[in-house]
Design a protein around this ligand. Sequence first.
Ligand code: SF4
Ligand code: SF4
Length: 241
Amino acid sequence: MRDSEIDLCGAEGGGRAPDMPYLAAEDCFAFRCAGCGGCCRGREDIVLSGYDLYRLSRRLGLPPKLTAQAFCRRYIGTVSRLPVLRLAPVRAAGNNCPFLTEGRCAVHQARPLVCALYPLGQEISPEGQASYYFQGTRCGGTVHEGTLAAYLEAQGIARREPLDILWACRCMELEWQAPGWEELFQPVVLRRFQAKVCQALYYRYDLERPWPQQFEENLLWLEGQKVRLAEMQQHIHRKNR
Ligand code: SF4
Ligand code: SF4
C-alpha cells in the first residue's frame, strides 16, 4: 500500500462500509478469534496518534522521536496535509508489525488504538462525538461476545476515549488550517513548519508528564512558531528586494 493511500483517518477507501452497523453502548456483538496474530501480519495501515506514540515510547523507554525513527514511516498525508506516522512493517520478517514477537504483541499494554479496537472501528465527529461500528472477522476460534460498553472497558478504550477525541478534533482543526500554511509559506519554509507540526503532534513530550496538557501546550507553541517563521520569511523577502 502506498503512503499516499493512508492518512490520519486511516486507509483510503477504508472506514465504515454500509453493512457495518453502529453500536450503542448496550448493543451486543460477537466474533471468533483464535489468537493467531494473523491481523498483525502484512499490515501497513496502523496509523499512530501522538498519544499512541507517547504510550509506546513510555513502554519502550525511548524518546518519542527515537521510537518513531526506529519503528515508523513518516510522510505528509495527501488529504490532511499533516505529518502522518504509521508502524513500518518489517520486510525481512514477512512484512509483519515490528512488535509482533513469537506470534504475540510485545507492546500489548501500550498497543495503538487501531489494534485495541479491532474488530471494531471508531469514528469521531468534529463536535467530538465518538461512534463505534463492528467490522466483523472471518476467523475461527473462541467466540467472544458482549456489549460494546464491556468491550471498550476491557480493551482500555473507554479510559483513553477523551484523549482520542482531543487528538481527532485538534487534528481536524489543523487540517482545516493546512491549506493556509501552504499559501503563507514558500516551499522551503513550509518544510520547516511541517517539521514543527510533527514535533508538536508527536515528539515534543516529556514522558514523565501527562500527555493531554502537553498536547495543548504544543499547539500553542506551534502558533508561536508559525508567527516566527512568517516573520523570518518576511525579513528575508525584504532583504532580497
Ligand atoms: S482476529 Fe483472526 S487473524 Fe486476528 S488474531 Fe484472531 S484469529 Fe488471528
Ligand atoms: S502493535 Fe501489537 S497488536 Fe498492533 S499490529 Fe503490532 S503486534 Fe499487532
